[in-house]
Design a binder for this molecule. Structure first.
Ligand code: ARG
Length: 457
């Protein structure tokens, strides 16, 4: 393709430089947004009398044809074009002649690419939000069926206090709800039209930027042309939001990997989301969960790419910024793929309630409850804590648990202790008495599910 920008220069560019400069290999993904933007631009130029109605109509008709032909495969994107913006304009001019050359009046590729990227982000944000809704639905459903499944809650990966499996699942549902809220917030700052900033300094034509934004369905117009063409905050912000989603997924995956090990056996992943070993016949490996954990690194890398890319860039447009798109596309693709695998994996996993309960019974996770029992009998918490600790130490060295510790040992250690201690250290009771706001008891779990549902509406 000959170059639309050739004027000041006339000599051929170096072939390696051409290839190096080209972004079509990745920004071809913006073709829909680019055509949509150009249609709105032509309509605005017509309305403002900047180009004739006839020219504008021919441009819009031509763009419609290009879009249809790209979608049907009748038109292929030329990999030797410089970028998607040049490609579309060049084909348009090939097809409709000199009217096509009027499309680029009162705009620049600098505002064009910023607009296209924003439009693309908006579409993807909506899709990812929807996927997260689906994931929260699955978590709520699984929580609904495991309200009475008791497991040890951990700190430092040491058994700490009893929770329900439902409560543990819902902890993640709340993270994903915040992820949705973050995306909605990012959406507001992305939903701003920058077309009309032109190369950097606006234009002398009587454009109507608000009209053009309206035609594009965008909510606002940015107010400084230099900022408009050089702002990639919305990319960095989306990448941070995506990184946070991945952080949550990777923490969850880490737990699924642990829980599905023979050491835990709290859950079993379904065959459809595990792989075997080529040498060890007994293996059932949680590859999908591990890969999601691994892809988190990649998405973090994409965020760092854009942060580093934008660091110290002078105003306004710099070609460095072309590198924003591979990072953005990679992160969005990976997050979508991860949620798409993760959601059915959680939906299909088997919950081994018995193993969770055994783990809950064996780890002195009722020691705090014993101390609380003594507080109920009138001891200050610190003193109660000490007595409970002594009893735990005794049980450990004598192969006992707080449930099986004989009453005379209890009474010898503290005269305030009575037969009702066994009710106090019963694991099920310990879990169900945790009715404080946000606690793991069944009622609280139900409240959480209802509240999540309400907030998603
Ligand atoms: N392909 C370019 C990008 O992605 C489009 C903008 C080019 N603008 C320019 N002045 N060379 O950033």
């Amino acid at each position: 393709m000959s170059k639309l920008w050739q004027g000041r220069t006339s000599g051929d560019t170096n072939a390696a430089a051409d290839e190096f400069n080209s972004s079509i290999a990745f920004d071809k993904r913006l073709y829909k947004q680019d055509i949509r933007g150009s249609m709105a631009h032509a309509a605005m130029l017509k309305k403002q009398g900047i180009i004739s109605g006839q020219s504008a109509d021919r441009i819009i008709g031509g763009l419609e044809g290009i879009l249809a032909d790209l979608e049907s495969g009748r038109l292929e994107i030329d990999p030797s074009a410089e970028d998607i913006h040049m490609f579309v304009e060049q084909i348009l001019t090939e097809r409709i002649g000199s009217d096509g050359k009027k499309l680029h009046t009162a705009r620049s590729r600098n505002d064009q690419v910023a607009l296209d990227t924003r439009l693309w982000c908006l579409d993807e944000i909506d899709g990812i939000k929807k996927a997260l809704f689906g994931l929260i639905d699955v978590l709520s459903a699984r929580a609904g069926e495991s309200k009475d499944v008791i497991m040890p809650g951990y700190t430092h990966l040491q058994r700490a206090q009893p929770v329900s499996f439902a409560h543990h699942l819902l902890a993640y549902a709340w993270m994903f709800l915040r992820d949705i809220q973050r995306l909605s917030d990012c959406r507001k700052r992305t939903d701003v039209s920058v077309i009309g900033c032109c190369a950097l300094a606006g234009t002398t034509y009587d454009t109507d930027r608000a009209l053009e934004a309206g035609l594009l369905g965008l909510s606002g117009v940015n107010e400084n042309s230099l900022d408009g063409v050089s702002d990639r905050d919305f990319c960095a912000e989306l990448l941070f939001d995506l990184s946070t989603i991945m952080m949550h997924l990777s923490r969850f995956c880490e737990e699924l990997i642990l829980w599905s090990s023979w050491e835990f056996r709290f859950i079993e992943l379904s065959d459809s989301f595990t792989t075997g070993s080529s040498i060890m016949p007994q293996k059932k490996n949680p590859d999908m969960a591990e890969l999601i954990r691994g892809k988190t690194a990649r998405v973090y890398g994409d965020l760092m790419t854009v942060m580093a890319l934008m660091k110290s860039l002078p105003l306004a447009y710099n070609k460095d910024m072309q590198e924003d798109k591979p990072a953005l596309f990679d992160a969005v693709d990976n997050v979508k793929a991860c949620i798409a695998v993760f959601t059915p994996m959680v939906s299909e996993m088997k919950i081994n309630a018995g193993n969770m309960l055994s783990a809950a019974n064996g780890g002195f996770i009722n020691a705090t409850d014993l101390a609380d029992y003594l507080v109920g009998k009138g001891l200050p918490f610190r003193s109660a804590y000490k007595i409970s600790g002594e009893l735990v130490a005794f049980c450990i060295s004598n192969g006992l648990t707080l449930e099986s510790c004989p009453i005379d040992i209890y009474k010898q250690t503290c005269e305030l202790i009575d037969d009702d201690v066994y009710e106090a250290v019963n694991i099920e009771n310990c879990m169900n008495r945790r009715t404080s706001l946000g606690g793991p008891a069944a009622d609280s779990v139900e409240r959480q599910i209802a509240s999540l549902k309400k907030q998603l509406e």
